[in-house]
Design a protein around this ligand. Structure first.
Ligand SMILES: [Zn+2]
Length: 61
């Protein structure tokens, strides 16, 4: 007899106890947020250096 797929509250179907699709999505989302956090820090650091550089440029020509 084939296993019956169960429908999870999220709407996905699968054989496991919980939805592996949503688990993967959550992991990817956390990784994405982590990457965004790193990029945000890098961007802020980059903006900080840029702001320092801007001071050296004449605001009016
Ligand atoms: Zn799901």
């Amino acid at each position: 007899m084939p296993k019956r797929k169960k429908v999870f509250p999220c709407g996905h179907k699968g054989f496991s106890q919980s939805c592996h699709l949503c688990q993967q999505r959550d992991i990817q989302r956390q990784q994405h947020l982590a990457e965004l956090g790193i990029k945000k820090e890098e961007k802020q650091a980059w903006l900080a250096t840029f702001a320092e550089d801007v001071v050296d440029f004449p605001s009016r020509l």
